[in-house]
Design a protein around this ligand. Structure first.
Ligand code: C2E
Ligand code: MG
Ligand code: MG
Ligand code: MG
Length: 293
């Protein structure tokens, strides 16, 4: 009996394994043409200064609609990295994000200093012409380097550091700023933060989620903020979903945040309205405060 169960288990395993591989192959095959077919889009999530409600920037997040199906970024970004398709995909997201931010800066008074924050994979940062592509794209949209943040992961600082370090230096001389994404989930150490020209640490959502009820998460977040301050770095908290989390973050000294509390990533067409709605919340706070005795 137990033998049979074992064999069934193996069959199930084989099937799901095969399905996973087939799906990966299918994703790689269709991703090649997805950009040209216009299936790839970009969603934008505001980075908010809180509680004043200023939208400092927007993070660009790739979206893929394949027929009626939406493929999750966590699924296709991995495939793109392994296949090298992240190079054209990344260039596309960068171009779209800068176009959008140039438009926002020119047309929305409260957004005249807004920046785009674009995720960059290790493979892009290690390619020879990455800094040139960034410079060209900024130039094409008539934007200064200060209109762009690039989000790198801790693994970039640990990997082939020579190529990545020279790209980072070139980017810094363009005034492009760098942030470390998902901070605390990798193996980075303080020495990396000191060695690389990083400006911002993004505190990973997994620590933020427990902030209001888990003492160890709260201590971790407090430690990250202290450490960042000591190194002269700013912090942005990711995945803020509740007012209680936002309140704790402010107490701990982190006043820049992203998350569903303010807005999920939205398509380009909803960005203006979203930015104004976030700012509008503050206006009502201020009004209340002014009326208070
Ligand atoms: P990330 O850069 O850390 O982006 C944050 C992710 O958290 C996004 O998932 C966003 O939709 C989600 N998120 C934001 N606020 C909340 C919240 O309050 N609660 C929860 N539960 N989730 C929240 P998304 O869009 O699925 O992207 C996943 C990851 O895929 C990104 O993580 C990033 O590492 C990668 N990615 C997305 N677009 C690109 C891209 O253009 N290039 C590269 N290299 N990577 C990308
Ligand atoms: Mg990111
Ligand atoms: Mg992140
Ligand atoms: Mg990430």
């Amino acid at each position: 009996r137990s033998k049979e169960t074992g064999r069934d288990a193996i069959t199930v395993f084989d099937t799901s394994m095969r399905e996973r591989i087939e799906r990966r192959v299918e994703i790689e095959r269709t991703l090649r043409t997805a950009i040209e077919r216009g299936e790839i889009g970009v969603a934008y999530q505001p980075v908010v200064s809180w509680p004043d409600g200023r939208v400092l920037g927007v993070e660009a997040l790739a979206r893929w609609t394949k027929g009626t199906e939406r493929v999750a970024p966590t699924e296709f970004i991995d495939v793109a990295e392994e296949s090298g398709l992240i190079i054209p995909l990344g260039a596309f997201v960068l171009d779209e994000a800068l176009r959008q931010v140039a438009w926002m800066r020119a047309n929305i008074p409260s957004a005249k200093d807004m920046y785009a924050s674009v995720n960059v994979s290790p493979r892009q940062l290690q390619s020879d012409d990455f800094a040139d592509i960034v410079a060209e794209t900024l130039h094409r949209h008539h934007l200064p380097g200060g209109a762009l943040f690039l989000e790198i992961t801790e693994s970039v600082m640990m990997g082939d550091t020579l190529a990545a370090a020279s790209a980072m230096t070139a980017l810094t001389s363009l005034d492009v700023r760098l942030s470390v994404d998902d901070f605390g989930t990798g193996f980075s150490s303080l020495s990396y933060l000191k060695r690389f020209p990083v400006d911002v640490v993004k505190i990973d959502r997994s620590f933020v989620s427990g902030l209001a009820h888990d003492e160890s998460d709260a201590s971790l977040v407090a430690a990250i903020i202290k450490m960042a301050n000591a190194l002269g770095l700013a912090t942005i908290a990711e995945g803020v979903e509740t007012h209680e989390q936002a309140r704790r973050l402010i107490e701990l000294g982190c006043t820049k945040m992203q998350g569903y509390l303010f807005s999920a990533p939205v398509p380009m067409g909803e960005l203006v309205e979203t930015v104004q709605a976030i700012g509008g919340r503050t206006t009502s706070f201020d009004r209340r405060r002014r009326c208070a005795p």
